[in-house]
Design a protein around this ligand. Structure first.
Ligand code: DX5
Ligand code: ZN
Length: 231
């Protein structure tokens, strides 16, 4: 069954504790870190992660959208990250390899993310060091964007690589996930789906998480396509 990782970027930060409790049925908690340089936006960082760590036992999936992440991986682990995901585009291959090694040495899970325009080949030198690959299906930087269907073949190709070589590596998809696009990602072979606006925009978060896992919209769902013929 696919895992769901709600992104707290779309949560109400004035009630963050309550918001996190509302997604207890999810598998991972996705924590988006942006530096205003690697992406054109600034979000949350180490002090917020420390506070989140104090109030939940959920797996904290920290997505670093920052330049030269090697500078900060240890600090994010100290703050409570269980899984640290860097961007392959954010530094030299040597520094990326070193950062991944540091994460593993600290006993945490290491992940590498690729932006929509980055080919999956860039992952080639790193496979042995990866517990997770994160495929961006929007340009990173903002929640609430439209899912890029042209990324689906990349997910399929990664699924084939992981299966062919028996790699112990999850495939995570991030950006524009709703109950319709979830189905496409599950079909393409995703293991983990990140969803920000869809989960936190839903009045019933448990129901939203259930729908994403099924990759199917219920009739009551506002995202459901009209069933009848187009008029
Ligand atoms: C975008 C972030 C995503 C974002 C997803 O740069 O990495 O995790 O919060 O938000 P939705 O699900 O609204 O696209
Ligand atoms: Zn993210």
């Amino acid at each position: 069954m696919v895992k769901i990782a709600p992104s707290i970027l779309s949560a109400d930060f004035t009630r963050l504790g309550e918001e996190i409790r509302s997604i207890k049925d999810a598998d991972y908690l996705h924590f988006d870190v942006m530096d205003g340089i690697f992406v054109p936006n600034i979000s949350i960082g180490i002090p917020v992660l420390e506070s989140v760590r104090k109030m939940t036992d959920m797996l904290l999936d920290v997505h670093l959208m920052i330049t030269k992440p090697i500078r900060f991986v240890s600090d994010f682990i100290d703050a409570g990250a269980d899984l640290v995901v860097l961007h392959a585009e954010a530094d030299t291959p040597d520094n990326t390899a070193e950062a991944l090694k540091t994460i593993r040495r600290r006993g945490k899970r290491a992940g590498l993310s690729i932006k929509p325009k980055t080919p999956a080949d860039i992952l080639l030198p790193f496979w042995e060091s990866l517990d997770l690959v994160l495929v961006m299906t929007v340009e990173p930087g903002f929640g609430g964007q439209k899912f890029m269907t042209n990324q689906l073949p990349k997910i399929t190709a990664l699924r084939q690589t992981v299966d062919r070589f028996g790699l112990n590596c999850e495939i995570e998809v991030d950006g524009g996930i709703n109950c319709e696009t979830a189905g496409l990602c599950i079909e393409a072979g995703a293991d983990v789906l990140v969803a920000g606006s869809y989960v936190f925009g839903a009045p019933d978060r448990s129901a939203a998480i259930r729908e994403l896992k099924q990759g199917d919209c219920s009739s009551a769902c506002s995202h459901a396509s009209p069933k009848g013929p187009a008029i």
